[in-house]
Ligand binder design. Structure first.
Ligand code: MN
Ligand code: MN
Length: 469
């Protein structure tokens, strides 16, 4: 012991042994800053290229192909060491590597979602009013509507034309592109709006995209609308009727940027849940001939309840496992019973500006690593996968052995609200599942914030989980 270091009292020693103390990533892993910052440069690139589930699917498949992943189709033979991806309709992807050990020992699964809250165009969106052309939207996912006014918006998606050819649309991401915009009322005339509660201040039918103001000519009625349709026709070959078979989403046009002079935080659209999807991808792409069979799922439609054939409730999930098992001559039931899953989704970071919504001892603190949520849901733990203590114990040991910075968390105070993830749709398939994810500030806002250190620990966590004994 160095000379001037005071001998610890019995109480201090006992405290060290018995009392839990949450530590920051800076205390636990003081030498990782360089790796963390480098990792997050690539994460920011991913964010800018993966704003919708379609963009995220295409971008991650391109990354996987470079690492030797091959497209999987139902009925295909699979073999140990080979890497595959299953592209579910361009909106959800399953990456997997067949391990060297018997698949009946179980698959190590992780599931994140790649859809984020946004404004979807309606089937008949275009109209003209007050000398302007607008496009009507129907919001997707849980948004605070007032947050979507007066910000730059870009349009992403597809239009399937009358001849059934599909055209891709990304408009508003290039610096030279025009943008879209939802109007708000000026404070000078906001007396009526101020009197409303926050949830009613902007209504769903006011989320209309400002899309032009110049007429095609001075004679034709609705010439501003006509001019907008003309420009869309020139650019995409589409007519007004083609909106009926389009999937166009207005998303924030802002790029991912560092926050704070120390650059420790990232603001971006869609951290929920690209901040877990990206670490899943980098983790599975980093593996070479793993012992366990591993699968990384990027699900769609989580923000609207996981329904539909690209959501986590789809039978495609079990069908893929069944198909692999059939190809290997193994029992799907045994494989599922022995499989384990991290439901990789974000949690709420404790926010001192809204301290009243949180119970601080059980909240995720920024920079204290990823949040493990034994249960989510609302009220008296309704509508949740409540992971067993034994399974949480198993994950806890995996994380600790690998030096992952992690903490446990609930979403907020009891009865303050709640939320769900895909966890329950996986655990009901007889698979041990627990929620793990990056804490987010201003979740579901058009521009959300996370810590770079927490993002990096998500990558470490998934690698540790995939390679655990
Ligand atoms: Mn989420
Ligand atoms: Mn969400």
């Amino acid at each position: 012991m160095p000379k001037n270091e005071k001998k610890k009292s019995e109480g201090e020693l006992l405290k060290e042994k018995l009392v839990y103390k949450k530590k920051t990533a800076f205390e636990k892993c003081p030498d990782e800053k360089e790796a963390v910052f480098a990792y997050c440069e690539d994460y920011k690139k991913f964010l800018d290229n993966a704003k919708t589930e379609r963009d995220a699917s295409a971008y991650s498949i391109a990354l996987a192909k470079k690492k030797g992943f091959k497209e999987y189709k139902f009925g295909k033979k699979v073999k140990a060491g080979e890497k595959y991806y299953y592209n579910n309709r361009g909106k959800s992807v399953y990456f997997f590597i067949i391990g060297s050990e018997d698949i009946e020992k179980g698959i190590a699964l992780t599931a994140a979602h790649i859809d984020s809250p946004r404004l979807d165009l309606k089937a008949h969106p275009v109209y003209e009013a007050g000398g302007m052309a607008f496009m009507k939207t129907h919001y997707y996912g849980g948004i605070k509507k007032y947050q979507w006014t007066a910000i730059p918006l870009a349009l992403h998606g597809t239009v399937t034309l009358a001849d059934s050819k599909t055209v891709d649309v990304i408009l508003g991401e290039d610096e030279s592109d025009p943008l879209f915009y939802v109007n708000d009322i000026l404070p000078h005339l906001a007396r009526d709006q101020y009197a409303k509660n926050l949830g009613a201040a902007i209504e769903g039918e006011q989320l209309n995209l400002l899309s032009g103001s110049m007429p095609f000519d001075n004679e034709t009625p609705e010439a501003i609308k006509l001019n907008l349709l003309r420009l869309l026709n020139e650019k995409y070959g589409m007519t007004e009727a083609d909106f009926q078979s389009a999937e166009l989403c207005a998303v924030p046009a802002m790029k991912a940027r560092d926050i704070g002079l120390d650059r420790s935080l990232i603001a971006a659209y869609g951290h929920d849940d690209k901040v877990c999807a990206y670490p899943e991808i980098t983790a599975i792409l980093s593996l070479n001939k793993p012992k366990k069979t591993v699968m990384s799922i990027l699900a769609d439609k989580e923000e609207t309840g996981s329904d539909g054939n690209t959501g986590m409730k789809t039978s495609a999930f079990c069908d893929i496992i069944a198909d692999i098992c059939e190809a290997l001559g193994k029992s799907e039931r045994i494989v599922r019973a022995n499989s384990v899953c991290l439901s990789a989704d974000v949690s709420a970071a404790y926010d001192p500006n809204f301290a009243g919504a949180y119970e601080i001892n059980n909240s995720a603190i920024i920079n204290c690593g990823i949040a493990l949520c034994k249960y989510t849901g609302g009220g008296g733990k309704s509508s949740t996968n409540d992971a067993s203590g034994e399974y949480v114990g198993r994950i806890r040991k995996i994380f600790d052995d690998a030096g992952v910075v992690w903490q446990t968390a609930e979403l907020g105070k009891v009865d303050q609200g709640g939320g769900g993830t895909v966890a329950k749709f996986i655990s009901e398939k007889n698979i041990d599942t627990v929620d793990v994810g990056v804490p987010v500030i201003s979740m579901h806002a058009p521009y959300e914030v996370v810590s770079k250190f927490d993002v990096y620990n998500m990558h470490k966590a998934v690698v540790a989980f995939y390679t655990a004994k």
